[in-house]
Design a protein. Sequence first.
Length: 235
Amino acid sequence: MSTSRTVLLTGASRGIGAAIATQLVQRGHTVIGLARWHQASATALPGVQRVPLDLSDLEQTSQVVSRLCRQHAIDTVVLNAGTGDIAPLENISVKKIGPSLQLNLASPLVVARECVADLRSRDRSDLIFIGSESALNGGRQGSLYSAAKFGLRGAAQALRQELAGANVHVGIVQPGLTRSSFFDTLEFEPGPNEANALHPEDIAQAVLTMIESDDRAIIDEIVIKPRQNVIARKN
């Protein structure tokens, strides 16, 4: 399906989000990018309408997304924003648990909530979550992160049933290790070989596959893994 779309994309400023935005614009789609848009770390994204927003602020997120839905005929929503809080649970501050779940789980649900009514009204629309391989198998030191990603997978499955009566395609992309800014604040990263990690463009291509699928077929879940799953400790 090649019809031009109006896409609301969260976490658009760098990494996987920037790759998704770039490929969408290249394919002729209109992209409204939600992110903090810090100048030092944001990727230059010609053609993307930038909307500054702290997505962990749920009340503000609700208000901004509601306004954008009134201003634009949004027919595609890609929920990508998140943070990698990976550590032993006992080492994670109690004060950090709430904000982490707000950004990684509650924020996507708030955005989806504000958009669902408009998505129902379109001839064809798509609601796509960017999850993680951690939504399929909980890993060591990933209790907080996996809790959020397991939750997103459940939300996608439930919404798929809720929206079955409309032509709303609900899907989730589950990437494995991906070379991106996700690892900037972590003590480990993918191994050095090309086969040890995906590139953000791989996840962007999966999103395009979902968006451009035929109306008769819903691609409900895409799992992408590197050929060799290798983790390296940083010096």
